[in-house]
Design a protein around this ligand. Sequence first.
Ligand SMILES: Cc1cc2nc3c(=O)[nH]c(=O)nc-3n(C[C@H](O)[C@H](O)[C@H](O)COP(=O)(O)O)c2cc1C
Ligand code: SF4
Ligand code: SF4
Length: 396
Amino acid sequence: MPDLSVTIGGIKFKNPVMASAGEPTTDYAHMKAAIEAGAGGVVAKSVAFSPELAKSFDHARWAVVDENRKICSRGEYPKMFTFYGRGGIPLEPPDWIETLQRVQEVADKHGSVLVGSIGTGPLDKMVETAVRMERAGLRIIELDAGCPQVSQLGLSQSEMELVKSHEIAGLIAKSVIGAVSVPVIYKVAAEGHDIIETCRAVKEAGAAGATLINRYVGFLVDIESGKPHLNSMAGVGGPWVLPLTLRWVSQVYRTYPDLPIFGSNGAYDWQDVVQFLMSGASMAQFCSTLMLKGYRVITEAVQGLEEFMDRCGYSSIDEMVGLAVKNSKTYEELYAFREKARVDQELCSGCRRCLNACFYQGLEMVADDKVVITENCKGCGMCVMVCPDDAIRLSL
Ligand SMILES: Cc1cc2nc3c(=O)[nH]c(=O)nc-3n(C[C@H](O)[C@H](O)[C@H](O)COP(=O)(O)O)c2cc1C
Ligand code: SF4
Ligand code: SF4
């Protein structure tokens, strides 16, 4: 049986599948459900200190948008859904620490890890909250700098500069890390921050890992009414966003291979967990898919991952972490060889689709029905994709 466990900052996660901070971890019952579904870890809903963010949380509004850019209904949505909506981060509820303590007991019982989450705010308040979370028995803390709503809260330019600054990220991480003895991880915003620099700053500050990344801000229109969906801008994400996230995961992994990465933003199923791992993350977090499909997503992801590892002969998660990054070539290395298109005349039906798809005069039709490749072929692959008869291949 493959070993699914991952150890980060001395904390052992039984598997790399997590529920990320958000509405699916907003109270005791929901966190318990995620743990009972088999999550290796659960990040509690963040608490923060800004009345504006709390107001936005109180006016949460969510919609799922389909491939036609229309809001879904009747529980039907495509796999590549867009999760469009606004939320925020509440002020700390009066009984939050007690809630976390109760969830910690459930986590201990199931061998899962509860992560406390603190949104950015005044340093002294962040530090004080982290200290209370540690005293309550939490074994790891995530700092969240990434809420997409922050950019819409009317902060002044200088305040926004602070929110975006990697120096501030380093300072926040250092202050909290200096005040607690549990490992601290830092969740990076998708926008604003220089993500590589932020990871450097928090790594130097002693962070046990980085969570990459929070959601983007979007704007999407209902063209019949001429209004934006949900009447305004909103955070935007969904499984289609995964390549944008993995770009950063892989780049951070390449730059700082010893900084553990918690992947977030775009996970749909166990295959996406593997995508995260092979791009350099050690853990994969789920949020919006849980909101749509429920916590069985976690159970299925763990099971699918285990079966995949069994089938492919991976005995540990470590063997997969960063695999695709190690197998990735630089553009310069790619220039060293050039494939060209080759046409199998036996298969070609003369439909001419490849002629429209080639933008480099790489092929031409001769004798009205025979496609030949010219010396201009760059090996771009467009003709291969459009050929309905599978008559074109690339080769050296
Ligand atoms: C409804 C909702 C609430 C969220 N609340 C938080 C939060 O409190 N703290 C945080 O760090 N991230 C929060 N996030 C971001 C998620 O943790 C996650 O990073 C993001 O949704 C991308 O992952 P996904 O593609 O799995 O949804 C929230 C996201 C959503 C959709
Ligand atoms: S591989 Fe690209 S350049 Fe070559 S023939 Fe096909 S479409 Fe043209
Ligand atoms: S797209 Fe394929 S089948 Fe059609 S003309 Fe080109 S090679 Fe032939």
